[in-house]
Design a protein around this ligand. Structure first.
Ligand code: UT7
Length: 348
């Protein structure tokens, strides 16, 4: 069977660094609280006017494409994962196609939040396996800083997230045994509202009709009203402890599923690159699977949670640091809003 491989990888993070103490200027929080609960020391925030989710994605894509020795004309499909798109619609994929002057290729946007990149990689992998495409650009990028509320009421969310982008070029693997061995994707929407942004949205409002800002009018206006905006209904909501409890179960589960499907065990993993949601979650997963420090890569300390960008940024940093060598078994895993989660096992 034709496998796909990561032929090039790149990332981009904005220059602006915000430490925990910087955030404490805007809300009641502290460096001590944030480090103790999440491991985060600082994060990057995009330039408010010059940078967007698309421009950061393109910056990462350029590095990945250069390393893959692939030109924009050679890319034959784009998969773009984000929860913070430049526009509500169209998605960022077509903006990449336009700005990078690519041919009139297909562009697909993936809305799977923290597991977005793993989903995107899996989709791209299927297209390579079937032989439909030969050069797929997969991007994960987020500009969270634009949509977050930096007041105390939202401090459990806004201290966690950061901006950035990561990208890979996927191509058919050349060597026997090399490439993406498998991907496993899951979801359970039973608790979809526990980590969500409700507005703007076309939902039936059953979750929100008793909440402040629910519109009274008979027609229209439900998508986003001034009351919803001022009442905070258009801000991300997260039941942190509930998400944490689910994450520490689903991460090990989907990693074990990947290993079992390939007749491997945790000891075979050369590097686990988990979605960077919380250092405590990564440490818990490491402990549960019995992995040594050398087998796990974390960089949440410097970037916070960059959602769809976190896995490719971490993967790229690990690769640049020499933590991934040809032949290594690399495991990617992610869990987040939806809930949606997944894993990818790669023979580098
Ligand atoms: O990647 C997407 C998936 N997301 C996740 O995986 C997130 C998973 N959840 C978490 O990482 C953690 O739940 C958080 C880091 C979000 C929160 O940590 P926690 O230990 O679960 O805290 P908590 O939400 O239970 O809040 C504990 C206390 C509360 O105060 P009281 O009620 O005990 O007085 C919060 O109001 O901490 C307070 N608090 C804060 N204090 C200072 C919440 N956020 C902050 C803050 N600074 N930023």
């Amino acid at each position: 069977m034709q496998r796909s491989r990561i032929a090039g990888i790149g990332y981009y993070v904005p220059e602006n660094i915000y430490t925990n103490s910087d955030l404490a200027r805007f809300m009641e929080t502290s460096d001590e609280w944030i480090q103790e609960r999440t491991g985060i020391r600082e994060r990057r925030f995009a330039d408010r006017l010059e940078e967007t989710t698309t421009t950061m994605g393109i910056a990462a894509a350029k590095v990945a494409m250069e390393r893959a020795e692939t030109t924009p004309e050679e890319i034959d499909f784009i998969v773009f994962a984000t929860l913070s798109p430049d526009y509500y619609f169209p998605g960022c994929g077509v903006l990449v196609q336009r700005e990078m002057k690519m041919k009139e290729i297909g562009a697909l946007d993936i809305r799977n939040q923290c597991s977005g990149f793993v989903y995107a990689l899996s989709v791209a992998d299927q297209f390579i396996k079937t032989g439909m495409y030969k050069n797929i650009l997969v991007v994960g990028s987020e500009k969270h800083s634009f949509a977050m509320d930096f007041n105390t009421r939202s401090r459990n969310v806004s201290v966690i997230f950061g901006d950035g982008a990561g990208a890979v070029v996927l191509q058919p693997a050349q060597e026997e045994g090399q490439g993406i061995l498998s991907t496993h994707l899951h979801s359970d929407g039973a608790e979809a509202e526990l980590l969500a942004m409700y507005y703007p949205g076309a939902h039936a409002n059953k979750w929100l009709k008793d909440k402040p800002g629910y519109p009274e009018q008979e027609l229209g206006g439900l998508f986003l009203t001034a009351e919803q905006l001022s009442g905070g209904a258009a801000l991300p909501f997260m039941d942190g402890p509930a998400v944490f409890k689910k994450a520490v179960v689903k991460f090990p589960e989907v990693i074990r599923e990947a290993l079992e499907a390939n007749g491997l065990s945790a000891g075979d993993i050369d590097l686990l690159v988990p979605h960077q949601a919380n250092l405590r979650i990564s440490q818990y997963v490491q402990q549960t699977l019995g992995l040594e420090d050398r087998q796990v890569f974390n960089n949440i300390q410097r970037y916070g949670n960059t959602t769809a960008a976190s896995v490719p940024i971490a993967l790229c940093e690990a690769w640049e640091a020499g933590r991934i060598k040809p032949g290594d078994l690399v495991c990617l895993a992610a869990f987040g809003s939806g809930f949606a989660w997944g894993s990818a096992l790669i023979r580098w």
